[in-house]
Design a protein around this ligand. Structure first.
Ligand code: SF4
Length: 84
């Protein structure tokens, strides 16, 4: 399967933190970012948080090394999230 995102992404801002207590739902669930239902997560957020996450996913995810490894899943996920 390859490395999980927190190992593959040198810019992971939650790596090493305690699971369940970070701002990243994927890390908290011990899942790679391509294995998480981001549409459900983003839809559940208040408007300002939703906008913040959409901006992050639009601007930062495509430049992440994990995106290159899981491009099909992540491109589709980001496309769906930005349409929410
Ligand atoms: S999705 Fe979360 S755990 Fe994965 S690299 Fe990004 S911040 Fe780190």
């Amino acid at each position: 399967m390859g490395a999980m995102c927190w190992d593959a992404n040198p810019g992971c801002f939650v790596k090493g933190q305690k699971r369940g207590e970070t701002p990243c739902p994927a890390y908290n669930e011990n899942k790679g970012c391509w294995q998480v239902d981001w549409s459900f997560i983003i839809t559940s957020l208040p408007d300002d948080e939703r906008a913040r996450w959409k901006k992050i996913m639009k601007e930062q995810c495509p430049a992440c090394p994990v995106y290159a490894e899981h491009k099909d899943e992540l491109a589709m996920t980001i496309h769906m999230v930005l349409a929410l």
